[in-house]
Design a protein around this ligand. Structure first.
Ligand SMILES: *Cc1c(COP(=O)(O)O)cnc(C)c1O
Length: 427
């Protein structure tokens, strides 16, 4: 199997950085005719060397028994595992310093498969707000049919506010999982991960069941924020976004302990939320440039944010650069992040009509949902990504008709700024 024959992760006592390990970790060229890069393993199934081996592999892959000391797990069937997926999982885990990673067919399937693994009918999910529109809809519409109740909080850095939500959640049913998104899409709202792990411990000692803390780390991760290092149990990803980074694939991922991620991987095998080998191969390629892409996009974003901040027709810019020094969100960001996302929001003077007029005048910035790609994308969340969120809730979380979200890419920053400037002056 490809993944067990990887090279050393240290040279001369120096632990190699993920940026270095992305080029080869988890792949042994000698298993693929010396090919420098892993081939795409376009196969649905794998040949056993003996009937006994087939039996052993099924017992271990299904979780019926743990591998014996020295026994290698192996490849069985591409819904369960595949070399491209396994190499990718090893590399994904490296960024977060995680014991294990798992890849899934989309960000939503990573979230859904995780929720299905840890929730039972009657449970509540304590969650931050706003969540990605798809996650909000999943919790409110899809999962409510299975007896799962979401309870949200909006001020993720305010202990009293979060603990009020805990009381409300516990009055509704056992808290099966805590799901937070930080920074939040699209408003940049911040959740204090230390606070949430404390809250999970408190729920554990009060009820005897400690919920896991799962963090949707799509907007910053894994480069500028590693939730597992701040006490979270699981980091969830839409790999479609920064990790994939070229707006040409859809995939998801999760990192955490071998026990928790193993449980999610078994649900994945059961329900078939696995990614295909070609997508995994594309992601391996993407991860080689993830660090430089993320850095460049964030540098560009800061310059774009500074430009927008000075504009008469722009009423506010939700970029962390403009948080007051005594803002609790700034303090939490300094604790748990090492950079700001290249995706942020700003408000235009007016409402939907003014926002649309501005968007329709842009030429370099492409009008599309999604984020984290090499190109700058811009959209109007209230009418697109978050249109499924009821209006009163949208207003409560600051997702108004004047809000515009931009995901700054890796183009020349001055070209992006010139485009925004010409659209503003012609309003
Ligand atoms: C896009 C996104 C998702 C969903 O991911 P898909 O890959 O589109 O399924 C989840 N969370 C966040 C924060 C996202 O931006």
């Amino acid at each position: 199997m490809a993944s067990t024959h990887h090279r050393e992760r240290a040279v001369d006592g120096r632990t190699l950085r993920p940026e270095t390990l992305m080029m080869g970790h988890g792949y042994d060229p000698s298993l693929s005719q010396g090919s420098l890069k892993p081939p795409v393993f376009l196969t649905s199934t794998f040949v056993f060397t003996s009937a006994q081996q087939g039996k052993d592999l099924f017992d271990v892959t299904s979780g019926r028994r743990m591998p014996r000391p020295g026994e290698e797990t192996g490849l069985v069937y591409s819904r369960f595992n595949n070399p491209n997926a396994e190499i990718l999982e090893e590399r994904l885990a490296l960024w977060d310093g995680a014991e294990r990673g798992a890849v899934l067919s989309s960000g939503m399937s990573a979230i859904t498969t995780t929720l299905m693994t840890f929730l039972r009918p009657g449970d509540t999910v304590l969650h931050s707000r706003p969540l990605y529109g798809g996650t909000e809809t999943l919790l409110r519409n899809t999962l409510s049919v299975f007896g799962i109740t979401p309870v949200g909080f909006t001020e993720g850095t305010n202990p009293a506010h979060v603990r009020d939500a805990v009381s409300e959640a516990l009055a509704t049913g056992p808290v099966g999982l805590i799901l937070v998104e930080t920074p939040a899409n699209p408003t940049g709202g911040v959740v204090d991960l230390r606070l949430l792990t404390e809250v999970a411990d408190e729920i554990g000692s009060r009820t005897g069941r400690r919920p896991l803390v799962a963090v949707d780390n799509t907007l910053l991760g894994p480069i500028f924020q590693q939730p597992l290092r701040h006490g979270a149990d699981l980091a969830l990803y839409s790999l479609t976004k920064y990790a994939g980074g070229h707006s040409d694939l859809v995939a998801g991922g999760v990192t955490g302990s071998a026990e928790h991620v193993g449980a999610i991987a078994r649900t994945r095998s059961a329900i078939g939320t696995n990614p295909d080998p070609h997508t995994c191969w594309m992601l391996l390629r993407s991860l080689e440039t993830l660090y430089v892409r993320t850095e460049r996009a964030c540098d560009n974003a800061l310059r774009v944010a500074q430009f927008l901040h000075g504009q008469e027709r722009i009423t506010s810019v939700d970029h962390p650069a403009f948080l007051a020094t005594d803002d609790p969100a700034r303090q939490v960001l300094e604790q748990q992040t090492t950079g700001a996302s290249s995706t942020f929001s700003f408000r235009i003077d007016g409402g939907e009509a003014e926002a649309f007029a501005f968007l329709d005048r842009l030429a370099v910035c492409k009008l599309a949902v999604s984020l984290g790609g090499t190109e700058t994308l811009i959209c109007h969340p209230a009418s697109t990504t978050h249109s499924g969120v009821p209006r009163d809730l949208r207003e409560e979380i600051g997702l108004t008709d004047s809000l515009i979200r931009i995901s700054v890419g890796i183009e020349d920053a001055d070209d992006i700024i010139a485009d925004l400037a010409q659209a503003l002056t012609r309003l």
